[in-house]
Design a protein around this ligand. Structure first.
Ligand SMILES: [Zn+2]
Length: 245
């Protein structure tokens, strides 16, 4: 295996490692989520700066014996530093990273593209934070291959009526009609929310984020999507439990 590797990626997580180093979790297009040690990052001003949310080209050295990666250099495309200056934006970005750490699958390139765009939108369209949050989860469910069309029940294949409320089945792990549902009390999609999610499915991320919702609908759909995100994550999302989203 090549010892020097360059890959496009985003820092998802960073923690102290020993006296002066940091250990990063990087979502990389080519290698999936990898552990990268940044030596001297804790103290030296000359060390490579690679903070959480940083999106760029990572120059790595792979140690085939230890199996880990060392950060040699980083050519930043976007640092997204602005997100750290606002509590809600920071937590939203951390939430995006935390979900990927929990559900990361085979589609590293698509996960990277989604997170990269989401962090850019949070930085440049901060006032649309709730819509970015909704669309991120909506799009991630597609990347993970668990998104279903919201015009018919995937369990019994019946078309929904225009004003039908859609429920959820934990057996199928998807939205479904009332008869096929087994989670009647949670994850309920009213017709307006279902229409919004259907219409925005076909749009690009930034276009979908431009679609306005009234305050009540925004609140309801956001709560639904956060519940849905927690549903498809294998363990408790700490950023969600913070109540800051
Ligand atoms: Zn059904």
């Amino acid at each position: 295996m090549e010892r020097n590797i360059t890959t496009l990626g985003i820092v998802l997580h960073s923690q102290r490692w020993g006296q002066a180093n940091r250990r990063l979790k990087v979502l990389s297009v080519d290698l999936g989520i990898i552990d990268v040690v940044s030596y001297g990052a804790q103290k030296s001003h000359k060390a490579v700066k690679a903070e959480v949310f940083c999106d760029g080209h990572f120059f790595l050295y792979h140690n085939p014996v230890k199996g880990d990666y060392t950060l040699k250099d980083l050519k930043s495309i976007a640092g997204h530093e602005e997100l750290r200056e606002d509590l809600a934006l920071n937590y939203t970005g951390l939430f995006f990273c935390e979900i990927l750490l929990k559900v990361h699958g085979a589609e590293s390139g698509r996960e990277y593209a989604l997170l990269s765009k989401a962090l850019d939108l949070l930085t440049f369209a901060a006032e649309r934070r709730a819509l970015i949050l909704i669309q991120y989860i909506h799009r991630l469910s597609d990347v993970l291959g668990i998104r279903v069309s919201l015009d018919r029940c995937p369990c019994c294949d019946r078309l929904y009526d225009t004003d039908e409320i859609v429920y959820f089945s934990s057996v199928f792990g998807s939205q479904c009609c009332e008869q096929c549902a087994n989670l009647e009390r949670t994850l309920i999609l009213p017709p307006g929310a279902r229409r919004y999610l259907t219409v925005t499915m076909a749009m690009e991320f930034e276009e979908a984020v431009g679609v306005d919702l009234n305050e009540a609908a925004l609140k309801r759909i956001k709560a639904y999507m956060l519940g849905y995100a927690q549903y498809f994550c294998p363990s408790q999302l700490a950023t969600l439990a913070s109540g800051l989203l």
